[in-house]
Design a protein around this ligand. Structure first.
Ligand code: G1P
Length: 296
């Protein structure tokens, strides 16, 4: 096995239409939906930066300009807050623009997650990179991405993040069949299936939205035929790599047991907002006691 190159680049697909949140997302990217007081996408960008990734590429599309504006400087607003002496808000808005530099590329056609990742090819080049999907938020007190980066460096392959789900839920995810690697706490992925029917699922291990990929994925994606939903699926390309002995072949899994908040549909999003809000020092205790009263 070869040692991987150090990882610097993160790809953040954000081109989806957000149909699950309509009408809220008719004129606004779903990535901008607020989770307490910052847009969901900012948590993901912060996670990448905290894991030491310094070169961030967002895959966007039509109607996504708010994303670029959010991570850019806002001179007039900064000046107004400065004049008012509102330093904490000033700091908060400057923080978002200091996370970058962010780069953007547009995915002209919505041809699926695999195609979105392929749009990053020219920017990423020939080095391993991370992919972070905006629907999954990982609590910053729990380690995931840095562990995956280490596993990629040790194995030289690609790495997926897995969680155990109730078997009835597996058809909402990519599903992995894994086996143990002696002496290691990561696993070898034998097979990946995108959103299998419950009866056909090889396990209850679901792929969540963090990947660390070998650049060989790009060649494979170029050849990957549309799969589930007529879209080019990242899971299908990873299945090809899982069974390949070539340079860059091999897929490994890290099982995550920490706190994850799903913001992918309306109900999960509401739960994520309440969970994250109830951890905030400013109002968490008050919110929790109100929630108890409200439920009673
Ligand atoms: C995508 C992937 C799926 C994965 C999921 C994690 O699906 O295709 O394999 O389990 O992200 O969030 P999506 O949720 O975009 O339909």
């Amino acid at each position: 096995m070869t040692l991987g190159k150090p990882i610097r680049k993160a790809v953040i697909p954000a081109a989806g239409l957000g149909t699950r949140f309509l009408p809220a997302t008719k004129a606004m990217p779903k990535e901008m939906l607020p989770v307490v007081d910052q847009p969901a996408i900012q948590y993901v960008v912060e996670e990448a930066v905290n894991a030491g990734l310094t070169d961030l590429l967002m895959i966007t599309g039509r109607n996504k300009r708010a994303l670029e504006d959010h991570f850019d400087r806002a001179p007039a607003l900064e000046r107004t807050l400065e004049l008012k002496g509102d330093l904490s808000r000033l700091e908060a808005i400057q923080h978002a623009s200091n996370l970058g530099p962010l780069h953007y590329v547009r995915q002209g056609d919505p041809k699926g997650l695999g195609h979105a990742v392929l749009c990053a090819r020219q920017h990423v080049g020939d080095e391993p990179f991370a992919v972070l999907l905006g629907d999954d938020l990982i609590d910053d007190r729990d380690e995931l991405l840095s562990t995956m980066i280490e596993v990629q460096a040790r194995t030289g392959g690609s790495v997926v993040a897995l969680i155990e789900v109730d078997p009835s839920q597996i058809s909402a995810y990519g599903c992995a069949d894994i086996s143990a690697v002696e002496g290691e706490d990561y696993f070898r992925v034998n097979r990946l299936v995108e959103k299998p029917a419950v009866a056909d699922a090889p396990s209850n291990l679901a792929v969540i939205g963090r990947y660390v990929l070998h650049p060989e994925i790009f060649d494979v994606l170029e050849e990957t035929e549309p799969g589930r939903g007529g879209e080019i699926q990242l899971t299908d390309a990873l299945q090809t790599l899982a069974v390949s002995d070539c340079e860059g072949g091999g897929v490994y899994g890290v099982v995550f047991r920490g706190r994850r908040y799903d913001t992918g549909d309306k109900l999960s999003y509401l739960k994520a907002v309440i969970s994250i809000a109830s951890e905030r020092v400013e109002f968490g205790e008050e919110l929790k006691s109100w929630l108890k009263e409200f439920v009673n």
